[in-house]
Design a protein around this ligand. Sequence first.
Ligand code: DX5
Ligand code: ZN
Length: 215
Amino acid sequence: MPIVAPSLLSANFINLAADCKMLNDSVADWYHLDVMDGRFVPNITFGPMVIEFIRKATTKVCDVHLMIEEPGLYTEQFKKAGADILTVHIEACTHLHRNIQQIKSLGMKAGVALNPHTPVSSLKDILADIDLVCLMSVNPGFGGQTFIPQTLQRIKELRSMIDAAQLPTLIEIDGGVTLQNATTILDAGAHVLVAGNTVFKSANPTQTIQQLKNL
Ligand code: DX5
Ligand code: ZN
């Protein structure tokens, strides 16, 4: 059974409370929260202040995906806002090891995200220190994009590295996950499915979450 993490990026922000209630009443495991700064990615979303409100609306795990430059400057703010998992991009961190230690020292789980072009092997010397790898299966910045098929090979490669070292690291797939491709993604070795449009643009989001969970 996968961990299902609907992405609030595709939620209705004028009525966020209703979408939070829907998620709370569903079998969704995590809230996936996409923070964008308009520099690391060509889009701007929300920051710690909105996450603090969302934190109060749920007891589910808040999985915060930082698509920002210099994420180390904001680690404490996201902890205070209520993040349980804090994921930084390898491409945005000159001192990735330090950033990860900082996240963990504040009591959060640490994740590292990779853009589609970044080799999975670049995680070799840091894999044992992290709780989650977020493999981007689209170029980050927007919801509703098409899954990049080469991701499947990347999942397999990463899963082999994790299994060979007998690590508990989770593989999260972010971007273009649908009910049609999710089984292949899980078969390749992923543990966590992020889904934005697939959940929130479906006729029955609660049921769609259940369908993803049943895969
Ligand atoms: C993209 C974000 C994703 C996004 C996924 O940059 O990191 O989390 O919300 O949206 P879908 O599932 O619609 O591709
Ligand atoms: Zn994301």
